[in-house]
Design a protein around this ligand. Structure first.
Ligand code: A5P
Length: 253
């Protein structure tokens, strides 16, 4: 069926990207699943294919407890990284995508598990609609930072010293949002992040900061739903941050 451009909603753009990514799943795979409305469209699609018998013999690693429950309810067999430490293909969303194909993630609050799953994945396929593309990280959204509740005000001060305007994330009841790990999230508005690698290493180096939403060198492929059709942005080199056990060697997965 032909749609005029005006009829295509953001939801449709997300769905096109999600369906494209799901086509890359093969029987026998361990599949990583991310949080967010776009990634959930992929989960729903995968469940449909399984139900119809058009897909079989896959197990999924979910990157949040809530998502795991939901995937199981849809009939997807779930597993853990304990049982399957290497994931064949992960499909996840993103909040912002830079021209270098680096990401900000974590609006859904699952950034740490999403990063652990991405790091364990042979391929990390990111699905977004075109509104997520930005000229530089930090243009569209703040950088979520997951911190241990212990001494959190000292992390808040550290984040401010790096130039962030901070916002402790709260839930609907106005309480601090608590992650699956029992930690807090501080949304950090750094403005446009000129040096994402430097910022990432400053955050990685700080005890008490458990994770941050800058995903640098994690991506294999980005599927973008646009009004002109799908755009596939592929990373020529395999991502450095994933599946290598020793970053100083180049182990082939
Ligand atoms: C989840 O923690 C995030 O990293 C998501 O990938 C992000 O929030 C994308 O969500 P939407 O697909 O709903 O925009």
């Amino acid at each position: 069926m032909h749609h005029s451009f005006a009829e295509i909603s953001t939801e449709d753009l997300k769905r096109h990207a999600a369906e494209h990514a799901v086509r890359e799943i093969r029987p026998g795979m361990v599949v990583g699943l991310g949080e967010g409305t776009t990634a959930r469209l992929a989960v729903r699609r995968l469940a449909e294919l399984l139900q119809r018998g058009e897909m079989y013999d896959i197990v999924a690693v979910a990157s949040s407890r809530r998502l795991e429950r939901w995937a199981r309810a849809l009939g997807i067999s779930t597993t853990t990284l304990q049982e399957h430490p290497v994931v064949d293909l992960t499909i996840d969303g993103a909040d912002e995508v830079s021209p270098a194909l680096n990401l900000i993630k974590g609006r859904g609050g699952a950034l740490l598990r999403e990063k652990i799953v991405a790091q364990a994945s042979r391929r990390e396929v990111i699905i977004v609609d075109e509104t997520k593309l930005s000229p530089a990280l930090g243009t569209r959204c703040p950088v979520p930072v997951e911190i241990l509740p212990f001494g959190w005000r000292s992390q808040a001060a550290y984040l401010e010293s790096l130039g962030a305007r901070i916002n402790v994330r709260r839930n609907g009841r106005g309480d601090n949002r608590i992650t699956d790990q029992g930690n807090m999230i501080i949304d950090c508005d750094f403005g446009v992040v000129d040096k994402p690698r430097t910022l990432a290493s400053n955050l990685d180096a700080r005890a008490g900061i458990v994770a941050h939403g800058l995903f640098i060198d994690f991506v294999s492929e980005i599927v973008v739903g646009t009004h002109d059709g799908l755009r596939i942005l592929a990373v020529p080199q395999p991502p450095k941050a994933s599946t290598q056990l020793n970053p100083n060697t180049s182990i082939k997965a």
